[in-house]
Design a protein around this ligand. Structure first.
Ligand code: HEC
Ligand code: HEC
Length: 234
């Protein structure tokens, strides 16, 4: 909710600064989230659910350029953009590329004419065909496979950005995890306290840098983190 309000604020603030409508540059990503996310899933890969209201954005975006008719290959993207700009404001079963069965399942998309201007629709469509692509899907899937293969401790450390201040094998802003593991082999409780409440003046090597408290880390995550960090005491 807060993000939505903030988004509205940014958009209003932004457009209000410009008198000349032509100079307004719309942010396709924000507009897509604002106007399309209530029905279309925007994740890559999509989060598919049984009660979804519309096809996922990725599915639409990958298929439309393949299906629009073109006289020249180079105009495929611009024709796809034209199709979306028109469809968003004036959808119909005749125009739809969506097969009859899907239209029956979801119902026809309600016109967004009252909500989305032509310029906004164009910014959205441009963003769609840049972002929701087969290449991006492949990239995200690869990243996910790599992330899944990481040590669970490293995943938690990434989640809470510990690695912005700590490296495993050398001092960064805070001490290396190897140094921490060596000092605290038998002091697990003390480490938990330091992570939850923050730490200062315990490490001369940090030159007065302090570690902020991480109160929001769950007990399970702390356990995973500690097993990982203490494992560097070898
Ligand atoms: C109120 C729900 C709703 C909203 C909001 C919505 N859509 Fe849809 N959309 C649908 C449904 C349902 C379908 C599938 C049926 C159809 O194709 O009309 C669909 C299909 C589409 C299609 C595929 C058309 C085809 O069949 O070839 C496109 C393109 C599309 N939406 C774009 C958008 C964009 C862009 C936005 C945001 C500006 C948006 N939609 C917002 C419900 C919605
Ligand atoms: C903003 C930088 C920063 C971040 C982010 C950070 N740390 Fe630290 N950390 C430090 C500094 C600096 C110290 C040394 C502070 C001192 O001298 O007491 C430290 C010390 C520690 C210590 C040793 C405390 C002690 O009692 O000796 C542990 C354990 C630790 N960090 C774990 C973590 C973990 C786990 C995370 C992520 C949840 C994390 N840190 C995130 C900067 C950071």
């Amino acid at each position: 909710m807060f993000r939505l309000l903030l988004m509205n604020f940014l958009l209003l603030g932004f457009t209000a600064c410009h008198d000349d409508r032509q100079t307004v540059e719309f942010d396709g990503k924000l507009l897509t989230e604002k106007y399309c996310s209530s029905c279309h899933d925007l994740h890559i890969p999509p989060v598919i659910s049984d009660d979804e209201l519309a096809p996922p954005m990725l599915a639409i975006s990958v298929h439309i350029p393949e299906l629009v008719s073109v006289s020249n290959e180079s105009e495929r993207t611009s024709k796809a953009i034209d199709f979306v700009v028109d469809y968003v404001r004036d959808p119909s079963a005749e125009k739809a590329f969506c097969d009859k069965k899907s239209i029956k399942r979801y119902g026809l998309m309600p016109s967004q004419k009252e909500r989305v201007s032509k310029e906004e629709a164009k910014a959205i469509a441009t963003y769609m065909f840049q972002h929701y692509t087969q290449e991006n899907l492949t990239k995200k899937m690869k990243e996910k496979v790599e992330f899944d293969a990481l040590d669970p401790g490293r995943k938690v450390a990434l989640k809470y950005r510990c690695l912005g201040c700590h490296k495993v094998d050398r001092k960064l802003i805070g001490p290396s995890f190897i140094a921490i593991a060596k000092r605290h082999v038998d002091a697990k409780e003390k480490m938990i306290k330091s992570i939850k409440e923050g730490s200062k003046e315990r490490w001369e090597s940090s030159n007065g840098a302090i570690m902020p408290p991480f109160k929001q880390i769950s007990d399970d995550e702390l356990e995973i983190l500690l097993v990982w960090i203490l494992g560097f005491d070898t």
